[in-house]
Write a protein of this length. Sequence first.
Length: 96
Amino acid sequence: MTPLPLPADLGIEHVADLQARLRPHLDDDAPLALAGERVERVHTAGLQVLHAFVRDRAARGLRTVVADASPVLAEAARRLALAESLGIDSPSDPLH
């Protein structure tokens, strides 16, 4: 499985683009990893979109994590208490 790369900018002005990027994967049957190593900028709105996507997939019984989170993404998720729900602080191979 190839992780779905997240964009470098998860600022509020890019939330609609992020939603459009994630929407086609909402019902993918396989576990999904979102590659976060390129993320350089994060706003709360971007993290809220990621959290809602992970939560909505979980409600369908589908596993989703953010893999290889950049330091910026990991720190922002921790500050908002979303690191665990996004799988950011999980072991290095969280989907297996």
